[in-house]
Ligand binder design. Structure first.
Ligand code: ATP
Length: 590
């Protein structure tokens, strides 16, 4: 038993649903003409190959080639049999042809109700006429008039598809698909003839010509041209570096040709995903297309070609970073955000770019190469807030602190040990930051102890503990450090107070059983004269006002949020000092 086939349904399916655009019939007919010319050359015939396309006034078109033509039995075997092809069945020659599947001709039924083919085989002198319809019926007859060797296909527009039969549209489609084909193509209307071919495809141009070509085609000057070659898959091409930033999510649109005929101008996967900053124009001799001819079959060969093209781009970038560092720097600047995202995901890409990427550090914005040159120990903060708290002071301690608060930066910095020797990277715990400063002598410690205890008592309700150290710069009296853990704990405490009894219990359990209470840290600078004066005053009233003012000033300087109580605290302590100052002046005046 055999499957029963609804021929009309199959033809409709293939012709109307396989292709994305009705205009692809031009590509399929061009390809058949060029393949027929190739087949005739293989017979050893000497002839001047040509494809002629003629537009007639009655919404009719003809495509002629002087290729091998078809005998009656070939028509029966290949033309009238869907899915059968001279190009695939003849395995040893399949590499020379663009077609393969034996369905291409069906694209004509999208725009026409009938295909008429007049042909004379290079092997037979009888000219034949074949008429095929989308319902699967066809006729073949011998014709009397003499025709040259080759084939001509006639199509008449279906209602609604007339535009595809107009001169300008056909010209546009021929150019799009066939301008780089080696076989000369002419478009004719009445006495007017237009040559379609362009002598040099972009992948054969030198760098300057390619730059000018891309600029004209895209209306923007690319940053540079990268030559692409892969022996596997017989690929040559160019990748032009986009002069504007693109998102990794943007659809990639590489223009891909198969044996010089356009396959797709929207192919997204012929280059590796990390090559988002280039658009490729690529020709391949031997990758195999899918039946719709709008993509390639994703087989081992395809992936090998993609890897090889990726290598071309990487090699170019490595060379460029040495030969034209200025241009390389510009490329990194324009594609900065995406380069960082990609570097997190792709090891090779990371190694290629990390040294050239800039980061915000305690010494200002610096390239990773300079960071590594100047420091062998790097600290990275987990958030922007933490970086702001410590950056200035860190610089004075000659500590290289990198802001890991921007997307990807923490990961990028952390992984630098993979590509650089003799460097250590640590995540900075801001609550332990002050521990790095010089300790006080034992006598100084004893002197300062009562003041610190006073400070702890005053700031207990703000979840803050005090300590004193020597550190630079001397003009900073105190350093306040906190992190998300402290804020989270504070939030739990407030929620506990405000929650209903059941929820209060839940928070209580979480708070007390899961966490050891974290404290923010207020570090007094023993280098600062004001701090020393305040400690030495040994006056509890003055201590209170000074501690409250140091604390609120530190919050302000570190861009920390200030609640109502902190604001009140600052006002009261300020007023107290003003009062004291004014009283003292009055005493002097008396
Ligand atoms: N202009 C032509 N000259 C000679 N033979 C032709 C011509 N057009 C079509 N044929 C024959 O008809 C067969 C079917 O053509 P069709 O375009 O449907 O498929 P194909 O070109 O073989 O493969 P594909 O589906 O990949 O395009 C071809 O294999 C070829 O033998």
């Amino acid at each position: 038993m055999n499957f029963q086939v609804n021929l009309q349904g199959i033809i409709e399916l293939l012709s109307n649903h396989l292709y994305s655009d009705p205009g692809v019939f031009v590509r399929e007919l061009l390809q058949n003409g060029v393949d027929a010319v190739t087949a005739r050359k293989r017979l050893g015939h000497a002839f001047e190959e040509a494809v002629k396309v003629e537009v007639f006034s009655s919404n009719t078109l003809s495509f002629s080639d002087n290729g091998c033509g078809l005998t009656e039995s070939e028509i029966e075997l290949f033309l009238a049999r869907i899915g059968s092809s001279t190009k695939r069945d003849n395995q040893d020659s399949s590499d020379d042809f663009i077609g393969q599947f034996g369905v291409g001709l069906l694209a004509c039924f999208v725009v026409s109700e009938e295909i008429v083919l007049i042909t004379r085989s290079a092997l037979d002198s009888d000219p034949l006429e074949w008429r095929g319809k989308p319902d699967g019926t066809y006729t073949i007859k011998k014709i009397k008039r003499q025709v040259p060797i080759g084939s001509t296909v006639f199509l008449k527009a279906k209602p609604g598809y007339e535009e595809y039969f107009e001169f300008y549209r056909v010209s546009e489609l021929l150019e799009k698909y066939g301008q780089y084909l080696p076989t000369p193509i002419v478009l004719i209307e009445d006495k007017y003839e237009r040559k379609i071919n362009v002598p040099n495809p972009p992948w054969r141009l030198d760098k300057q010509e390619a730059l000018a070509f891309v600029e004209e085609a895209t209306y923007s000057k690319p940053m540079d041209i990268i030559p692409l070659t892969s022996d596997i898959g017989g690929v040559t091409g160019i990748a032009h570096i986009l002069p504007y930033a693109v998102s990794l999510q943007d659809e990639k649109k590489h223009r891909v040709y198969l044996k010089n005929m356009l396959l797709s101008d929207k192919m997204n996967n012929i280059l590796p995903a990390w090559a988002f900053f280039v658009n490729g124009i690529i020709n391949t001799e031997s990758l195999r297309p899918t039946a719709s001819r709008e993509a390639f079959q994703e087989n081992d060969l395809f992936f090998a070609v993609r890897d090889e093209l990726g290598q071309c781009i990487k090699r170019y970038l490595i060379e460029l970073s040495e030969s034209h560092p200025e241009l390389f720097r510009k490329i990194v600047l324009v594609h900065y955000a995406s380069i960082k995202t990609m570097a997190v995901e792709d090891e090779e890409f990371y190694a290629l770019f990390i040294h050239h990427l800039s980061f915000e550090t305690s010494f200002g914005d610096m390239k990773m190469a300079d960071i590594l040159r100047s420091h062998s120990s790097i600290l990275v903060t987990a958030s922007l807030d933490e970086f702001r708290q410590v950056a200035r002071v860190a610089k004075y301690q000659n500590l290289m602190v990198v802001n890991g608060g921007y997307v990807n930066d923490l990961n990028l910095v952390r992984n630098v040990t993979e590509v650089a020797d003799n460097v250590s990277v640590g995540i900075l715990n801001v609550l332990e930051f002050a521990d790095r400063f010089e300790e006080l002598g034992s006598e100084e410690k004893r002197d300062v102890q009562p003041f610190l205890e006073h400070s702890d008592r005053l700031l207990e309700s703000y979840d803050c503990r005090s300590l004193a150290r020597w550190f630079e710069p001397a003009d900073i009296p105190v350093l306040y450090n906190t992190n998300q853990e402290v804020s989270f704990f504070k939030l739990m405490e407030t929620s506990e107070k405000e929650a209903d009894p059941l929820f209060e219990d839940v928070i209580h359990v979480i708070k007390n059983e899961m966490y050891e209470k974290p404290y923010a840290q207020l570090c007094y600078n023993f280098n600062n004269p004001m701090v020393r004066k305040a400690i030495d005053s040994r006056n509890p009233q003055l201590w209170k006002a000074s501690i409250e003012l140091f604390y609120t000033q530190a919050l302000l300087l570190g861009n920390h949020p200030m609640g109502q109580t902190e604001m009140r605290m600052m006002n009261e302590s300020l007023l107290q000092f003003m009062n004291r100052g004014l009283d003292a002046t009055a005493e002097v005046d008396q």
